[in-house]
Design a protein around this ligand. Structure first.
Ligand SMILES: [Zn+2]
Length: 445
């Protein structure tokens, strides 16, 4: 796939300076677009306001988008399917593709997620999370960094080339997906549609995929696997005055957390690490994201539930990782005697880790584009998070990486993205389109 369309590739006609100026001229538009995008709240499972915004933004660029509906029953047999956290609810991804006038050079797909994570208490934010504002060169709001800013960079790259009187000489796709933050089933829906439509003339395959996730202007060379697990512990309630007659599921949850911390530390030992994570401070993270339990201060509680996110290395099978963690949980509770029951359930991420080959021609072209813009080589990072890149790598074997702007406090309070970093990323993406797809005169409307 890498060499498809090589013969039709046209000679580059624009300088990095020209591309840079064209993007810089759009800085105010980027800020305006990102502000409106952030103001369209889109927590995982309720992405519709952002989908509507995106559909209009693509339309403004002259691109017709196709709605790819999330249909869990059609996806559930796929190995990368994650148990859903919410109903499909008629939600959809948007895929829009620019098609060149000529026979076509090499193609690229920009993939980005529409959903954002919960804000937490609004009172902890300096300003309301969906009321974006700019301060000291940073644009604040939930989703500004992760990852509406990156999506705006990709759209701006395309727009800047058109402002210079050219358009990509190869297909350029924009895929905006649902549920990246909880399952990845949104990207799975598009990838599955691409997979079954190759040759069917509707959707098409792409030679490379770039995901502008906020990974600080570096290229992602590997990502960890991630799964979500719910641990429901039922105890033996009693009056607090006779506490020792009961068995507390909250105390058991504390024992489970300690057990998980021990396993996490074991996986993080230098000798147990995947080579891509040799130099990380802590590659494996078991996050206790939720805890719910108890009924009354003077009662030994009936139940306690933990919601955890488990990271694991790219060379570990997801089902194997699940059984190792399950065994760890069961051991911790069994040590406390027979009056506690544990039920383990899975909703959300079932995501293997993977590595990305950054030495293939498309990824080298991206690294070269970076060097032209920044004047130095791009850094490669193995991320301790998961991204939708796994779907393209593991299902389609399409060259893929993440490359997006610098952000602060993603998944935290007062999330923000650097506007100057967004400009640099947009220039680099425009340079990449120019070098990889080639350009041709703008088709008259
Ligand atoms: Zn993200």
């Amino acid at each position: 796939m890498e060499d498809a369309g090589l013969l039709n590739r046209q000679t580059p006609v624009l300088s990095t300076e020209q591309i840079g100026s064209a993007v810089r001229a759009l800085t105010a538009d980027m800020v305006e677009m990102l502000s409106a995008f952030v103001a369209a709240p889109s927590p995982s499972g309720q992405e519709q306001p952002a989908a509507a915004f995106m559909e209009a933004a693509l339309h403004d660029l002259g691109l017709q988008s196709e709605r790819i509906h999330l249909n869990s029953s059609a996806l559930e047999s796929l190995p990368l399917f994650s148990p859903p956290c919410c109903p499909d609810g008629g939600r959809y991804n948007l895929l829009a593709t620019h098609r060149p006038a000529g026979k076509g050079g090499r193609s690229v797909l920009f993939n980005g997620h529409l959903d954002v994570v919960p804000t937490g208490p609004e009172a902890m934010w300096t300003r309301a999370p969906f009321s974006p504002y700019v301060e000291d060169g940073w644009l604040f709001g939930r989703g500004a960094g992760d990852m509406k800013g990156g999506i705006v960079c990709a759209l701006t790259a395309f727009r800047a080339l058109r402002a210079l009187g050219v358009q990509p000489a190869g297909a350029v796709g924009f895929n905006a997906v649902l549920e990246e933050e909880s399952t990845g089933n949104g990207a799975l829906a598009t990838v599955s549609a691409l997979q079954s439509a190759v040759g069917a003339g509707k959707l098409s395959s792409f030679d490379a995929v770039i995901i502008p996730e906020p990974l600080g202007e570096s290229l992602v060379s590997a990502q960890v696997g991630v799964f979500w697990m719910n641990i429901e512990i039922t105890g033996h309630p009693a009056h607090a005055a006779y506490m020792t007659a009961g068995a507390s599921p909250i105390e058991a949850a504390m024992a489970v957390i300690n057990g998980l911390r021990e396993l996490e530390a074991f996986w993080n030992l230098p000798q147990n690490r995947h080579p891509a994570y040799r130099d990380h401070a802590q590659p494996i993270n078991f996050n206790i994201g939720q805890i719910h339990g108890g009924e009354w201060n003077s009662s030994v509680p009936c139940t306690c539930t933990l919601g955890v996110r488990i990271g694991f290395y790219p060379d570990m099978d997801v089902n194997e990782a699940k059984s190792l963690v399950e065994a760890c949980v069961m051991r911790a509770v069994q040590r406390l005697g027979g009056r506690l029951a544990v039920k383990i359930g899975y909703q959300g991420f079932h995501a293997p880790g993977c590595e990305f080959d950054l030495d293939v021609p498309s990824m080298q072209t991206l690294a070269d584009a970076f060097r032209k813009v920044y004047g130095e080589p791009v850094r490669r990072v193995a991320t301790t998070a998961t991204t939708d890149a796994r779907h393209f790598r593991l299902m389609l074997d399409t060259p893929v990486t993440c490359f997006g702007p610098l952000a602060r406090n993603i998944h935290g309070i007062d999330e923000s993205v650097s506007i100057e970093s967004m400009v640099r990323v947009a220039i680099t993406l425009a340079q990449f389109i120019h070098d990889w797809c080639g350009v041709e005169p703008l088709a008259s409307a």
